[in-house]
Design a protein around this ligand. Structure first.
Ligand code: GLN
Length: 236
């Protein structure tokens, strides 16, 4: 079955083209009943408050929650990750509705505003084993969230090493820091919990399709594992 892409707002076209490059059809989802025609779902990056308002307007929340609860594979990128988190904190969170299901707390704008957007090399061991490719992945972070806390069932797939804020000068040879510089710290930027995948960055905005392949593989495995257990739920 085709992969659904929530198409209310944000980078849904980019996800559909990335899937297309892998020979997979992505289907735009705008109404609750359209979820019945897809076996997995991608929630794109964008602006989570706007996306939540549109989702509410189109009465999507109950169907989205049901889709996640049924164990169907769902991947959220950036705003999509925020949507899937059980709890979101940070600037302008203001009680915005979430789909939830992913046992974690995210900070919506952890890295700041648009001008603090950046690209960074991430070490993602899970991407190597899949295709024998390189382990590093160049993540595009746009007004990106970060995962602050995860529950016991959540697997951390990637962390970002936040550079010290107090670096005065840095080159490959020398790094001069202020006295009392804050040491480098790590934050979680990619997670998986059963059927749910979340990335704080935007693989749909790059030519590298390894995260899409990873999700498709995960969707195949989850689909095989959950199809038998879903039968009784569907039958009643
Ligand atoms: N931080 C944004 C939000 O709150 C998400 C940004 C993105 O998806 N690029 O919605």
């Amino acid at each position: 079955m085709a992969v659904g892409v929530l198409a209310l707002q944000g980078s849904f076209n980019e996800h559909i083209s990335a899937l297309g490059r892998l020979g997979v059809k992505g289907v735009e989802i705008r109404k609750p009943e359209q979820l019945e025609n897809v076996s997995s779902l991608i929630i794109p990056g964008g602006e989570s408050t706007t996306m939540a308002k549109l989702a509410e307007y189109h009465n999507m929340f109950p169907a989205l929650r049901e889709f996640v609860k049924m164990g169907k594979p769902v991947w959220g990128t950036c705003a999509g990750l925020i949507f899937l988190a059980d709890k979101a904190v940070g600037q302008k969170t203001g009680g915005q509705e979430l789909v939830g299901g992913l046992d974690c707390t995210v900070n919506r704008n952890y890295f700041g505003s648009q001008i603090q957007s950046f690209e960074a090399e991430l070490s993602v061991p899970k991407l190597v084993s899949q295709e024998g490719g390189q382990e590093t992945y160049r993540g595009v972070f746009i007004r990106a969230p970060a995962v602050l806390e995860v529950g016991p069932g959540v697997e951390v797939l990637a962390e970002y090493h936040v550079p010290s804020a107090n670096v005065l000068y840095s080159s490959s040879a020398v790094q001069i820091q202020e006295e009392n510089a804050v040491p480098e710290k790590k934050v979680i930027v990619a997670v998986k919990q059963g059927n749910i995948l979340g990335t704080a960055f935007h693989p749909e905005l790059t030519a590298d399709t390894r995260w899409h392949s990873y999700f498709l593989k995960m969707a195949n495995e989850t689909g095989e594992a959950s199809s038998s257990s879903l039968v009784p739920a569907i039958g009643v």
